[in-house]
Ligand binder design. Structure first.
Ligand SMILES: C[S@@+](CC[C@H](N)C(=O)[O-])C[C@H]1O[C@@H](n2cnc3c(N)ncnc32)[C@H](O)[C@@H]1O
Length: 299
């Protein structure tokens, strides 16, 4: 593996190319050559691609899947390894139980979570369980992708918790994109043609074995009136937006009077209204006497 961009136009041999959502054996091959594992675990192995490549390369591998009775959310991984590989469902793009395998949906099928938040929570548990089975210095490898639905992006790799020390983020180009399942908001949206391989490592130090580094992203809904670094342009423009893009000077003063920056200036006796007027004059337009709006775009 020479670069962080991986591309396998030919799938390679191993696993089942007809298994929906299978991964390329060439990816496993390159990962194993790079990370040199001696014992691999794949607790969500699908058609068994990981195990087939490991066998070809003479590496010990334990693999299992919900379809064969192993549930990563409830069952214990039976042994430790130095590479735990996850190829997760991409939320519910492809539903497995009762569809790809079995006759009925399984309640712990990670491809059948009721919503994105539940999916993330359960995937975090699955990855954490995988992390438990890593030997010190071993790698947790997660193959995942983004989901785009009705114009909204669900960036799985960003929203997952990452356990251990980050080692590498690889981009894997996709050549055989699923023909259905993925919903595009419009024909003009770019098609997702890549996946991610997140590689983290369990630290080597035995002494800190109880400690785990967890990286997570956070969704914050912030009232910008509490943000002391919002720019003055931002403050005035946002006030106009909050007023439906039409407001008198007094309306705009009223909108911003409790803003953190305004309160700060008030305590020092600075004329914040003069700043508001200057921003309006320099960047907005007067639509009628004393009434302001954001300017039209001018080509
Ligand atoms: C993307 S597929 C893996 C495909 C595999 N890499 C291959 O090449 O065939 C994800 C797999 O996760 C399995 N799965 C879903 N929920 C699970 C759970 N709770 N425990 C174990 N496996 C689960 C599904 O049955 C499915 O086979």
């Amino acid at each position: 593996m020479n670069t962080t961009v991986l591309s396998y136009p030919q799938r390679g041999v191993g696993g089942d190319p007809k298994w929906r959502g299978n991964h390329s054996p060439l990816l496993s091959h390159d990962l194993f050559l790079w990370l040199k594992p001696q014992q691999i675990l794949d607790p969500m192995c699908g058609s068994g691609t990981t195990g087939d490549v490991a066998k070809d390369m003479g590496i010990a591998c334990w693999q299992n899947d919900l379809h064969s009775g192993f549930n990563i959310l409830r069952d214990e991984l039976p042994l430790m390894g130095d590479l735990v590989f996850f190829h997760d469902p991409y939320h519910d793009i492809i539903q497995y139980s009762g569809n790809v395998w079995g006759k009925t949906p399984h309640p712990d099928d990670l491809s059948r979570c009721p919503d994105y938040e539940t999916f993330l929570k359960r995937m975090d548990i699955a990855h954490y369980n995988g992390y438990q089975a890593l030997r010190p210095g071993g790698h947790l490898v997660i193959l995942t992708g983004d989901v785009k639905r009705k114009g909204a992006l669900y960036p799985l790799q960003r929203d997952y918790r990452w356990f251990g020390d980050p080692v590498q983020m690889l981009i894997k180009l996709q050549h055989n994109v699923w023909s259905n399942g993925q919903t595009y908001s419009s024909m003009t949206d770019p098609r997702i043609m890549h996946e991610y391989v997140i590689v983290t490592r369990k630290p080597k130090q035995f002494a800190s074995a109880w400690m785990v580094t967890v990286r997570r992203s956070e969704l914050l809904n912030t009232d910008q009136r509490e943000v002391g670094i919002q720019t003055w342009h931002g403050i005035v423009w946002t006030a106009l937006l909050a007023l439906g893009n039409r407001g008198s000077l007094n309306d705009i003063y009223e909108q911003v009077k409790d803003h953190a920056r305004v309160r700060k200036l008030e305590t020092s006796g600075t004329d914040w209204k003069a700043i508001v007027r200057r921003v309006l004059q320099e960047t907005c337009q007067s639509v009628e006497r004393g009434v302001w709006a954001l300017p039209q775009y001018v080509n």
